[in-house]
Design a binder for this molecule. Structure first.
Ligand code: FMN
Length: 208
């Protein structure tokens, strides 16, 4: 599918077919395509929790304004933005640094310098840390939704949920913010989508 068609096709759909699953191989392909998303210093400060179990999804739905798509979609992804992703010792950062060394982009003895740079850029204060985690996770989320469209799937991003309630119920460690949930599945047969909501034009967006 042409990328322009993917941009047109992706919608936040409200009605998922509860009888049509998304198998593990397909989900893996979507997530691994989305992993090509860009990130600050390639630090990729994001993780996912994959929810398929009906009881767990029901628990999540109750914490998310009872949105039916959470239980109707076969898969709900909980996106986790890692506020520790800039810190030395963080497993993903360590892998990123190893890769920089392996590919000759950095020398092994530059680790301290590298950690100083990531701290200066992303770990200055709580606001910078929150921005770092969420802007990067947002880019991953968008890539994931386009990748899902490419693979013939529908999605719906949601931030209408009780953040602290979800954190407690699912045992999410403090270093993660939960920017959104993403329901993934297929459109319920017979459902017609509403026309697309209003979008800003070029002139609306560009400030003088
Ligand atoms: C971060 C984010 C959070 C959202 N949260 C919700 C939500 O909790 N419930 C909901 O019904 N829609 C939610 N939406 C969907 C938006 O309302 C929808 O994307 C927007 O109206 C544009 O429609 P479209 O995606 O079909 O083009 C969310 C979208 C984004 C990007």
């Amino acid at each position: 599918m042409d990328f322009k068609d993917i941009l047109e096709k992706r919608r936040a759909i409200n009605y998922f077919d509860p009888d049509r699953d998304v198998d593990e191989t397909l989900l893996r392909a979507v997530v691994e395509s989305a992993a090509k998303a860009p990130s600050s210093y390639n630090l990729q400060p994001w993780k996912l929790k994959v929810l398929r179990d009906p009881a767990r999804k029901a628990e999540l739905r109750a914490l998310a304004f009872d949105q039916p798509k959470i239980t109707e979609a076969p898969v709900v992804l909980m996106l986790l933005a890692d506020r520790d992703g800039w810190k030395g010792g963080n497993a993903t950062l360590e892998s990123v640094f190893r890769d920089f060394v392996k590919s000759g982009k950095m020398q092994a003895d530059q680790k301290e310098w590298f950690e100083g740079v990531t701290q200066g850029l992303y770990g200055r204060d709580a606001e910078a840390v929150q921005a770092f985690a969420n802007k990067n996770a947002g880019l991953f989320a968008m890539s994931l939704m386009y990748a899902a469209s490419h693979h013939g799937l529908e999605t719906h991003p949601m931030d209408g949920f009780d953040h602290d309630g979800v954190r407690r119920a699912f045992g999410i460690p403090d270093n993660y913010w939960i920017p959104m949930l993403i329901a993934v599945g297929h459109l319920k047969p017979g459902v017609t989508l509403h026309p697309r909501n209003w979008r800003q034009s070029y002139d609306d967006m560009v400030l003088g």
